[in-house]
Structures are given as C-alpha cells and as structure tokens.
Design a protein around this ligand. Structure first.
Ligand SMILES: CCCC(=O)SCCNC(=O)CCNC(=O)[C@H](O)C(C)(C)COP(=O)(O)OP(=O)(O)OC[C@H]1O[C@@H](n2cnc3c(N)ncnc32)[C@H](O)[C@@H]1OP(=O)(O)O
Ligand SMILES: O=C(O)CCC(=O)C(=O)O
Length: 352
C-alpha cells in the first residue's frame, strides 16, 4: 500500500471512532475550514482500502473483480437449469417470466424463466449468500450481524422486440419495508460477461445520498413486467455508469442507489445472481402513508389472489441450527422472505 493510502487509513480510522477528535475553531480564526464528516456508509473491517471506502461513500457502489469462482457459478447455473426443468422443487420460490414471453408463445424449460426469487430453500443456490468472500464485503456495509433478506437469479431474456427485458431505473429500498437503509446492501454477481449489449446494470453514482423517491410503472409502449416500478422525477442529466463485468465480478450497492438495466440485444440469456443483506439490527416499518404504499398494495392483492392471504402481514418464523460462517462474527443470519407475493420471515441462525 502507498504511503498516501496508509496515511488516509489512519485518518479514516480516527474519523470512524465515536467521539473522534475534531478540529475546532479558536476565536482568532477567520478562515473557513471544512470539517470532514465521519464515514456514514461503511465500516472499517480492514478489508476495504481507504480509497475503496471513499469510493463507496461517494458513489454508493463498489465493483470487486473476480470474487466468485467459475466453479461456483457453473454450479449455480446447473442448479438453475434443474429448477427450470422441474427436476427439483423449491418451496417458496417465485418464478417469473418476462411479460412478453408470458403473454405469447410457449417457451420450454429455462428459456421461459426470466427470474427466480427467494431461493433460500435451495441449498445449492443459497450457498451464494453464504460465500465467505461475499460476506466479508457485506460486513463492511451492514456490520457483523448479517441477515440475508432477498435473493434473485436473474435470467434476462433476449428481447422479443418490445423492450420488456429492460429493468426501469429504480431504488431497491422501494421494495423493502425495513430500515435503516444505510445498513442494507445488495451483492450482484455476473454469471457471465455482462455488457451494454446484453443489458448490464446502469447506475447513477452518488444517487444513494438522496431520498427514497416515488415509484410507479413506467409508461412503456411494449408493456412492463409485473411490479417493475420505475423511479419518478429523477434528474435525467445525472451521469450514468454502465457496469460491464466479467463472470464472477461482483458489485455491492446501496439500496437508495438509482439503477436499472438495459435491453438484452443478444440471442443469449444474461444471468446474474444476487442477494440483499441487512444488519440484524434492522427493523420493520409501517409503509402506510409513504411512497411504498403502492407496492405494498400490489403485494397484498397478489397474495390474496394467489394464496387467499388477507390484508394482514404474515410472519412465519423458522429456526434452523448448524452452519458456520468463517471470518465473521455472526450471531445469526436471517432470511427474510419479503417477496412481492408474501412477507414471511425465515430465520437461519448460523452459530459461531
Ligand atoms: C429489490 C427487488 C427489485 C426487483 O426485483 S423489482 C421486480 C419486482 N417484481 C417481481 O419480482 C415480480 C415477481 N414475479 C411474480 O410475482 C410472478 O412471476 C408474477 C409476475 C405475478 C406471475 O406469477 P404467476 O401468477 O404464478 O404466473 P402466471 O404465469 O400464472 O401468470 C399470471 C398472470 O400474470 C401475467 N404475467 C406473468 N408474468 C408476468 C410479468 N412478468 N409481467 C406482467 N404480467 C405477467 C400472466 O400473463 C397472467 O396473466 P392473466 O391472469 O392470464 O391475465
Ligand atoms: O439484473 C438486472 O437486470 C437488474 C436487477 C435489478 O436492478 C434489481 O433486481 O433490483
């Protein structure tokens, strides 16, 4: 590490401590002085370099190259295929088809599936959420007690010509009725090379420092996928970054970061696997009267239609023991099953 980085690390360590010594003015001073703020979005765990911490603080995301092995990704891919071929049945899994596919011709096997959500009951896919190298980074944003809240395997289909493979710009916090936002982070791993051509993630750096904004369905001619709300009234001139990534690269991002993904203009399916994590200190909020009321209403309506669940929120808690996550001071990992169709809490206690 360079001397400058070393020095920066020392300074950051000071800033991070509660009650850190701050410069103060004497009555004789008349020059303006910029007080550095303590870092808000990251913890010092000796993993992120000072430059990386500052980058996340400023941008709201950080990309780590080559974090997940080729072998693991191939295993996730094989499990995805088994699920699509219905060789394994996973309780609680939400299987989604792209609206253009769902409403047109029959597409066999995995080609029909554009996304799996809530795969926490699939031990093979859930291995992703507990990969030590991922959790070590997650800890930098959530602190040591980590809950796995929401899982997805996204199989972005080749666009059928209606641009429905796009994911509108949004903030993930819109879907989460828990807080604080700064202790939530998404890990999103490319399962193959992702480029602008096949619809990589697009982010608005720094937008995580704003508020949770109003979301609703975008007015897209070709239709839009169920519950794919887009953020309203964001600054269209805000600089955008296209996150082109190689297989195994992983981006960690804040739930208020405005992001989306483009159309898949290739004949292949673009795959990624992701998990949203939160600190075990996070708590549920009542979204009534907030911008999240519209998505909550949709969730309830869908739950009622599909499962006959009434308007009250259902939490079912299950405890399993075992599991040991190396390197981290885990007291527990909870898996919260807040999906777009149900809100059921699954808790996995991973003992030290
Ligand atoms: C941090 C999170 C960020 C995000 O992930 S944002 C995106 C959130 N949205 C989602 O996750 C949607 C999840 N998907 C689902 O809940 C389900 O797949 C979905 C869309 C409700 C369909 O489920 P099912 O009812 O089991 O499927 P089905 O094939 O029997 O279809 C029932 C009716 O829904 C329609 N449909 C299916 N997929 C759709 C789609 N992608 N978009 C819009 N409509 C869709 C389908 O045509 C059918 O309609 P109808 O009843 O025949 O009129
Ligand atoms: O993988 C993608 O295309 C977009 C994923 C995303 O933005 C999300 O699910 O929140």
């Amino acid at each position: 590490m360079s001397r400058a980085a070393d020095r920066l690390r020392v300074v950051l360590n000071h800033l991070d401590r509660p009650g850190a010594v701050r410069a103060s003015f004497t009555s004789g001073q008349n020059v303006s002085y910029h007080h550095p703020q303590a870092l808000r979005y990251t913890f010092d765990t000796d993993l992120l370099s000072p430059e990386q911490r500052i980058a996340y603080e400023e941008d709201g995301f950080i990309l780590i190259k080559n974090l997940v092995s080729e072998e693991d990704i191939d295993r996730f891919r094989a499990e995805f295929e088994r699920i699509c071929k219905r060789e394994v049945k996973v309780p609680g899994l939400v299987v989604m088809r792209d609206v253009a596919i769902a409403r047109s011709e029959f597409m066999p096997d995995q080609k029909a599936v554009s996304k799996l959500q809530d795969f926490q009951e699939d031990p093979e896919l859930f291995r992703y959420c507990a990969l030590p190298q991922i959790l070590k980074y997650v800890e930098c944003f959530t602190g040591p007690n980590i809950m796995a809240m929401h899982t997805m395997l996204i199989n972005k289909p080749p666009d059928a010509g209606k641009k429905t493979s796009r994911h509108p710009m949004h903030q993930d916090l819109h879907y989460f009725p828990f807080r604080p936002a700064d202790r939530i982070v998404c890990a999103w791993t490319a399962m193959e090379r992702v480029t602008r051509q096949n619809g990589c993630l697009v982010v608005l750096p720094g937008s995580h420092r704003g508020a949770l904004l109003e979301h609703d369905y975008p007015e897209w001619e070709g239709g839009v996928n169920k519950m794919y709300h887009g953020v309203r009234n964001y600054d269209p001139t805000h600089p955008r970054v296209h996150l082109e990534m190689e297989k195994g690269d992983t981006v960690f991002f804040h739930p208020i970061l405005i992001h989306g993904s483009g159309m898949n203009q290739t004949p292949g399916f673009r795959k990624a696997i992701s998990c949203h994590y939160a600190s075990a200190d996070c708590y549920y909020i009542d979204v009534q009267g907030t911008t999240q009321e519209n998505i909550a209403k949709e969730v309830h309506e869908l739950a009622e239609k599909k499962y006959g669940v009434d308007d009250s929120v259902t939490f079912a808690v299950r405890k399993t023991t075992g599991g040991h996550v190396r390197h981290l001071n885990f007291s527990c990992v909870f898996i919260v099953f807040f999906t777009v169709v149900r809100r059921i809490v699954y808790m996995y206690y991973l003992e030290q």
